[in-house]
Write a protein that binds this ligand. Structure first.
Ligand code: 9D3
Length: 244
């Protein structure tokens, strides 16, 4: 899978992609991330990427021509690439959308700065506008990294083991059960005895109930769309859960 990023801060991505699961995928040629400097697609002497808003007001707006030119160059290489504009008014990014995006071979992510990108780019060149949450960032770069990280781990071969991604939090719509490791006692704080019992059926039941209980306690709205069996529902009812 290939991510092409259009940004005025291409080096912003260097350190974030040089470690961990994402870097291993890049080394294995499963994943490629290229950050293009928007300034390289300007033609004026000052390499201008932004200008004052028509109609007046605070701040600056990203000019359309450099972004348009960058998109044309990248699209010529891969006409099938989907174009995503990182924007606070976009569709809210979640695990389901990450799964949808992982189906594509090539994604182009446009990162805005200042007050945003000239509206004509969104209107004529963008397939999807995407936000990573209801808070104000100073630009699309960090949001793009969120998308790259979440999508990359869903493409085949990125994670080791038998598809850890599918067992993760949110894959069945529940929060993850608590994890413990050695030492068994730390500062007088003990690991739940049952986890040391070697009784795998009992452990699996405990973990499922922990997931259900934590989800009910912390994120009850997730239960509305979680994949629950009869036993799950019975357990949740015993905790006081009522479907409304
Ligand atoms: C004073 C700025 N704005 C009024 C609140 C509008 C605004 C413009 C540009 C707010 C943020 C930004 C920069 N943000 C992004 O480019 C961005 C973003 C975000 O801020 N939150 C969540 N997801 C995203 S994706 C891109």
């Amino acid at each position: 899978m290939l991510f092409d990023i259009i940004t005025i801060f291409p080096h912003f991505f260097d350190s974030c992609l040089k470690d961990g699961v994402v870097q291993r995928a890049i080394e294995a040629d499963i994943l490629k991330v290229r950050a293009f400097n928007l300034r390289d697609f300007t033609v004026d002497r000052h390499r201008t990427t932004d200008d004052r808003p028509f109609g007046g007001g605070e701040g600056m707006v990203m000019k359309p021509e450099p972004i348009y030119k960058a998109l044309n160059v990248l699209k010529e290489e891969s006409p099938e690439a989907r174009v995503i504009l990182m924007s606070p008014r976009g569709r809210l990014f979640d695990q389901a959308l990450a799964g949808e995006l992982a189906q594509f071979q090539r994604l182009i992510l446009i990162c805005g700065r200042y007050e945003g990108v000239d509206e004509r780019i969104r209107e004529h060149c963008v397939d999807l506008e995407l936000s990573v949450g209801n808070y104000v960032l100073s630009g699309g770069e960090i949001a793009a990294l969120v998308v790259i990280d979440a999508v990359s781990r869903l493409i085949g071969g990125v994670l080791g083991g038998e598809s850890s991604a599918e067992k993760d939090s949110f894959s069945d719509g529940l929060l993850e059960f608590p994890q413990y490791t050695r030492p068994r006692v730390f500062n007088d704080w003990e690991v739940p005895e049952l986890l040391l019992s070697g009784d795998h059926a009992k452990i699996a039941k405990w973990r499922r109930e922990q997931s259900l209980g934590l989800t009910y306690e912390k994120r009850p709205e997730l239960l509305d769309s979680a994949q629950l069996n009869k036993k799950d529902i019975e357990y949740l009812r015993s905790l006081g859960w009522r479907k409304d």
